[in-house]
Design a binder for this molecule. Structure first.
Ligand code: UDP
Length: 466
């Protein structure tokens, strides 16, 4: 056993990669999963992470961890403007990241470094890696279709779709069919110019990288992947779905309430609606009450994740309508955070009411669970439109009102339409499973990625740095 691990260490020598995630749950999970995937291919993995939202290193004894101080105040970390938060992370992390990288590179004689893989959202790494002459690849944690429309925000402005006007919300965006103006990847909590600037920085840093890794698969997003490949002019590696190779539960920043699994064990086959809007999205008090009553009135069992911070009240129980929990009895189960992948793969789950974050969307598809789509911002809107109109594996919730919610839940759980959605999602699930098997599209793409990385010259202090 000991000999075996010494052998493995020898084989990994000179095959070290540095990974840097954007410190948000939906970005940390795929970065850690990518680390595991590349580790299984014989690379040594170093994770550089901010102290803020760091994954727990003791869950990954096979990785090296280095921490940097992101220099954000508590108020800055908890601000609701996600665009401003990402911009702050980019400006504050540059110096500590550079110092950390320079130190790692100064030990390079002990072990050369092949490249840095940073999140597309961490565009500041471009200048640092250029300065230190380290090859840089990027990981995009959203879908390709969403990133494609993201990268075209300027074009959409020129064509007059943006800034959005309320009277134009239903207007089709001919250049990006079947998107409508209201599906464009914008966010209401910041000025449009702020978002355009962020997207420009991300797109430019991506185009200047040595390759783009995607948590998606060809069979799902072939047209967008092909277009991105041409437009960006860099190698593309769709090697997803990541979580089917390595689950995300260990990189959860919040503790996952396992009580939902024993509750699900008591429910009938495909009878439960699972409700979760991810790690960032929040609803106002009126919407919260509509959701609660919509769920109750549907008479369908439900498992609802009400994360701290997902409503305006600090304690979610305060937001519950009076008498709601008592009236519900055993029919509803509410938790602060769930083991989502386990939940979605549980036979009792019949539908997922989701915000359509990319990880949630992929996880649902891969477990064959049809979706009720309620996107909030950016890529979620594009994902939701594709789920409903292109892949045909979900329905959009048209209004956040209790009658509409009740009707939509009944439709997906009890009517023919729901069966059709399930048939299609099971079909795509099958493709997602096959693409990871030997000869499948993601399997081959991962082989290409490994060859691509191995073609980089190891970082040499003599040639590159001094
Ligand atoms: N997640 C979880 N428990 C929950 C809700 C979400 O473990 O109760 C995980 C989910 O499996 C996914 C991630 O958190 O991997 C959320 O990522 P996504 O891209 O869907 O949304 P975001 O949080 O970035 O908006």
């Amino acid at each position: 056993m000991e000999n075996q691990s010494i052998n493995q260490m020898e084989q990994r020598k000179g095959r070290r990669l540095l990974l840097f995630p954007l410190p948000l749950q939906g970005h940390i999970n795929p970065t850690i999963q990518l680390g595991n995937i590349l580790h299984s291919k014989g690379f040594s993995i170093t994770i550089i992470t901010t102290n803020f939202n760091s994954p727990n290193p003791s869950n990954y004894p096979h990785f090296d961890f280095h921490f940097i101080n992101e220099n954000l105040s508590e108020d800055e970390k908890s601000q609701p403007n996600i665009v401003a938060l990402v911009q702050l992370i980019n400006s504050r992390c540059a110096q500590p990241f550079r110092d950390c990288l320079a130190e790692l590179l100064s030990n390079v004689l002990e072990e050369p470094i092949l490249c840095l893989i940073s999140d597309v959202g961490c565009y500041f790494t471009r200048a640092v890696a250029d300065e230190l002459k380290l090859t840089r690849m990027v990981l995009r944690t959203s879908g390709a279709t969403a990133f494609f429309s993201f990268s075209a925000l300027h074009l959409l402005c020129e064509k007059g779709y943006l800034p959005i006007q309320d009277s134009q919300l239903e207007k089709p965006v001919a250049e990006f069919a079947p998107l409508r103006v209201k599906d464009l990847p914008l966010i209401d909590s910041c000025a449009p110019e702020e978002l355009y600037e962020l997207v420009d920085d991300m797109v430019n840093a991506t185009k200047a990288s040595s390759g783009l890794i995607w948590n998606t698969f060809e069979e799902l997003e072939q047209p967008a992947l092909a277009t991105m490949g041409q437009d960006f002019g860099i190698p593309n590696f769709p090697i997803g779905p990541f979580h089917k190779r390595f689950p995300a539960s260990l990189s959860s920043l919040l503790s996952q309430d396992q009580s939902c699994i024993s509750w699900l064990d008591k429910q009938k086959f495909r009878s439960v609606v699972y409700v979760s809007f991810g790690s960032i999205a929040a609803v106002n008090e009126t919407e919260f009450l509509e959701i609660a009553w919509g769920l109750a009135n549907s008479k369908q069992p439900f498992l609802w994740v009400v994360r701290a911070g997902s409503t305006s009240k600090s304690d979610w129980l305060e937001t519950m309508p009076k008498g709601f929990l008592e009236a519900l009895g055993e029919r509803g189960h509410i938790v602060k955070w769930a083991p989502q992948q386990e939940v979605l793969s549980h036979p009792a789950v019949g539908a997922f009411w989701t915000h359509n974050g990319w990880n949630s969307t992929l996880e649902s598809i891969c477990e064959g669970v049809p979706m009720i789509c309620m996107p909030f911002f950016t890529d979620q809107r594009v994902n939701a439109r594709y789920v409903a109109e292109v892949w045909g594996v979900g329905v959009q919730l048209e209004k956040r009102e209790r009658e509409v919610i009740e009707r939509t839940i009944k439709g997906i759980m009890m009517e023919k339409e729901g069966e059709k959605l399930r048939g299609r999602v099971l079909d795509i699930k099958e493709k997602a499973t096959r693409c990871l098997c030997q000869g499948g599209s993601s399997y081959q793409s991962l082989d290409s990625l490994v060859s691509h990385i191995l073609s980089f010259q190891s970082f040499s202090p003599v040639l590159n740095y001094f």
